[in-house]
Design a protein around this ligand. Structure first.
Ligand code: GLT
Ligand code: MN
Length: 388
């Protein structure tokens, strides 16, 4: 494959969080290993690489406590880079986790003043996101959780979160913004336990909101694997529900601290299935990468380039998979059993129920069917390794 085919184009709809590029390699045990770059340099660098968009937190671009004048200057500068380069702001989100005021939760703090302060901060960030043209607004509840279960009732905490989100949906409608909310689940870290830990819990929660049609999900590979679950399946569940608004692709060893590894760096097969899901189902959102360059890097750009390049390679692998004769023949064989019965339960009727009761099945014969999954998986392995 000539390498120019792997160059990102705006049509790929790649996006990176400004915070990923600004990450300085600090961890709980060690100090920064590289200098922070300005938000403007992050955005310019992404645009130079033909990246479609950037994502931001309010405080990635505007220092906490900045004056209104400073804020307006920042917005003007960013809008100028956007106009000059064509890069888009694809997602905005609020930092409701860094300042000590959020130490026991933002929307789920036991103090109503903290909950209102959070809601006010989010309203300001929604205005900012709207000014920059973002149509997706993410909620990642990094401090929404507990270490001490005696401290708050999780049902009350859900209620506080629901009230605030309902209020904020109404705010978006009242302002006439064309913007959807997207909730990002995570099972733990920085809190001992976070509320809404998985795609399934967010899906259920969304249905309890006053405007469920305005709210979707932003699943992240690493968060899913921290819960020991399968990202391919979790992304699929959000997609099936029509709720996959945005994605955060990265890498993570299961059941560990949040590693935020580069997409495709740890589990290529899993990365392949994730890309295949998005491509096969014509996912239309941005391909967002949310990871940190290794602490050993002195800047973020190799990380940026390889994330997009890996996705492009996987795009090509998906195309080959869908055209690969041995794989497709095997899949036809696997899905070729008793095709006359397909879709039987798609519609209920008393007659259909009776008909089903009257059918006779031979479980031993059904169980004896050969399923060549060793061969299938090996073909996928060989396709990914470039042997076929
Ligand atoms: C934070 C977190 C990410 C979230 C970001 C949005 S911030 O870095 O680890 O997964 O997407 O608030
Ligand atoms: Mn994320």
């Amino acid at each position: 494959m000539p390498s120019q085919d792997l160059a990102p184009t705006r049509d790929d709809k790649f996006a990176f969080g400004v915070w990923c590029l600004q990450n300085r390699g600090r961890d709980p045990f060690g100090d920064a290993t590289r200098a922070e770059i300005s938000a403007l340099d992050c955005i310019r660098g992404l645009a130079q690489r033909n990246c479609y968009g950037f994502e931001f937190h309010d405080n990635d671009i505007i220092p906490f406590g900045a004056s209104a004048k400073q804020r307006d200057e920042v917005v003007r500068d960013i809008q100028k880079v956007m106009a000059d380069t064509g890069i888009k702001c694809t997602m905005g989100t609020t930092n409701t986790f860094h300042h000590p005021v959020f130490k026991d939760g933002a929307f789920t703090s036991t103090d109503p003043a903290v909950r209102l302060y959070t809601t006010q901060k989010v309203m300001n960030c929604i205005d900012l996101a709207a000014e920059l043209g973002a149509e997706v607004f993410v909620f990642w509840g990094g401090r929404e959780g507990v270490e001490v279960d005696a401290s708050k009732d999780p049902v009350s905490a859900s209620g506080w979160l629901r009230d605030s989100l309902n209020f904020l949906c109404e705010y978006v409608l009242a302002q006439g913004y064309s913007m959807k909310f997207s909730m990002e689940p995570k099972p733990n870290e920085p809190r001992g336990d976070l509320y809404l830990p998985t795609v399934g819990s967010v899906l259920a929660f969304i249905q309890t909101l006053r405007h469920p049609e305005m709210v979707g999900i932003n699943p992240e590979t690493a968060h899913i694997k921290m819960a020991g679950l399968n990202p391919y399946h979790e992304f699929a569940q959000a997609l099936d529900a029509g709720k996959l608004l945005d994605v955060h692709l990265n890498g993570q060893k299961p059941l560990r601290f949040d590693q935020d590894l580069t997409f495709g760096s740890d589990d290529l097969k899993e990365a392949f299935y994730t890309a295949k899901l998005l491509i096969d189902h014509r996912y239309e959102g941005t391909i967002g990468f949310d990871a940190h360059p290794y602490r050993t890097e002195s800047d973020c750009w190799d990380f940026v380039d390889r994330s997009m390049r890996t996705y492009k390679i996987l795009q090509e692998k998906v195309r080959r998979y869908n055209e690969c004769r041995p794989i497709q023949d095997l899949l036809r064989e696997i899905h070729g059993a008793n095709t006359h019965l397909k879709g039987f339960t798609a519609r209920f009727s008393r007659e259909a129920a009776q008909k089903l009761k009257d059918m006779s099945f031979d479980p031993v014969a059904l169980a004896s069917r050969k399923l060549s999954y060793e061969r299938l998986d090996q073909l996928v392995t060989e396709l990914l390794l470039g042997v076929i």
